[in-house]
Design a protein around this ligand. Structure first.
Ligand code: ADP
Length: 418
């Protein structure tokens, strides 16, 4: 699976003896190996990458645990690929430190790092069969140049034995990815999804300690993307190795990863489990980036110490700031309810209704100027029409507040009805 294209970065020779690599004594303590805490396969400290006119990475700190699936997500240009390239050894930071498997790795050749990388832009060799493409990294590493020439391996019994071993390993990995029956085909005779599996098999055949992926599904159509997503998750479970996965697609990141690092302008805004990012975002941009439909944001204002006004209603909040301090109040679409009968609510009118099968996304206009999206089941909103006047309730305990810089303000425990 993965991109129709892949490149393998060779791992270092010590891998065969120590499948998880060696830790230097100094970093062993730092990455937790010595004291029973989780080991970190990758550690970044203050990684900075400056270009003449811009700062692509601004002091990134990150520990990726052994076996973890970490997704790096953020809008185009925020620095995701630069960070991945620095981990892979395809670019050098301007400042900062990097350890892979406890080894200081800045300046190490890509091939000396214990990693494999799949990009979206590196093609399989079109003149080779799937088996030859998958075998290539092992042939390059284990066989001398003359032995790789057509027919030459047959002259040496050592080379013949080596070739037989490679064949066995190719069959094993192809079997585990469900492409054993396709090994004789050339890339042009494979579907997009099959080519991706070949690319992954080629990257995985030497069992790296870290698998780096840069937007591996972006060339696929929507249906295949969902299918491939499942395969990547299953591959990660089976292999149990560390994955670092770059994407601009928040739903891909949220559904695949153990933890998601949300980036903006060369910095991490938050690194957390998907559920935590969704329910407890640390920054306004995280709240906006995560979740479909997008979270609703309303202007708010501090009306007294510990109280914020949203749509004319006072809501308790932990912010102690002068009266008049502006803030942003956000609420998820599932926390806005259409109320019936005599129940208290805010007047609104329906602008549009999107039917997504199990859910309706309903856009409403409040106070003549604020558009909000709510999500509800079709059964709950049966008969709702465009243009209809409704009353809505924004469940106050579900508001998330952010200050003018986008930092989260924690809400107080008691909440008034909106
Ligand atoms: P992303 O992968 O999130 O789309 P990148 O890591 O590719 O972002 O780029 C981060 C920032 O660094 C962008 O502003 C980009 O323009 C800049 N950048 C990347 N490569 C170079 C380069 N070779 N020279 C100058 N600026 C660069």
């Amino acid at each position: 699976m993965l991109a129709p294209n892949a490149v393998l970065l060779e791992r270092d020779a010590s891998f065969a003896a120590h499948p998880q690599g060696d830790s230097t004594a100094d970093h062993a303590a730092q990455n937790g190996a010595a004291d029973g805490k989780p080991r970190h396969t990758i550690s970044l400290r203050r990684i900075t990458r400056k270009y003449q006119e811009s700062v692509a990475l601004d002091g990134i700190d990150l520990d990726v645990r052994e076996g973890e699936f970490l997704a790096i997500v953020g809008p185009s240009g925020c620095g995701k690929s630069t960070l991945l390239k620095i981990i892979a050894g395809l670019d050098d930071p301007t400042a900062g430190e990097l350890w892979i498997n406890g080894r200081p790795s800045i300046g190490l050749e890509p091939r000396a790092r214990d990693i494999a990388m799949v990009f979206q832009t590196y093609a399989l060799y079109p003149h080779m069969t799937a088996a030859q493409n998958i075998a290539l990294p092992l042939r390059m590493r284990r066989m001398r140049r003359w032995q790789r020439l057509p027919g030459m391996a047959l002259l040496s019994s050592g080379a013949r034995k080596g070739l037989a071993e490679i064949k066995t390993e190719v069959s094993a990995i192809a079997g585990s990815l469900g492409i054993a029956h396709l090994l004789h085909r050339k890339p042009s005779q494979l579907s997009g999804g099959q080519r991706q599996r070949v690319a992954v098999a080629r990257a995985m055949i030497r069992r790296p300690a870290v698998f780096l992926m840069d937007e591996p599904l972006s060339n696929l159509d929507a249906k295949l993307r969902v299918e491939m997503r499942r395969e990547i998750a299953s591959l990660h479970r089976r292999l149990g190795i560390t994955f670092v996965y770059v994407t601009h697609d928040q739903s891909e990141a949220m559904t695949l990863a153990d933890r998601v690092a949300v980036m903006a302008n060369g910095e991490f805004l938050q690194v957390a489990a998907p559920r935590e990012l969704y329910a407890d975002p640390a920054h306004l941009e995280v709240a906006r980036f995560v979740g479909t439909p997008t979270i609703n944001c309303l202007p708010a204002e501090v009306t007294a110490p510990g109280t914020i006004d949203v749509l004319g209603t006072s809501v308790p909040c932990s912010l102690i700031a002068p009266t008049g301090t502006p803030a942003t109040a956000c609420i998820r679409p599932e926390h806005i309810l259409v109320v019936r009968g005599a129940e208290h609510g805010v007047d609104a009118s329906v602008i549009s209704i999107e039917d997504h099968g199990a859910d309706l996304y309903v856009r409403v206009l409040v106070a003549r100027e604020h558009e909000l999206t709510l999500r509800a089941s079709p059964a709950d909103l049966a008969g709702l029409r465009n243009g209809q006047a409704v009353r809505i309730r924004l469940t106050p305990e579900n508001f998330l507040f952010f200050d003018a810089e986008g930092r989260r303000i924690r809400a107080g425990r008691r909440a008034a009805a909106a």
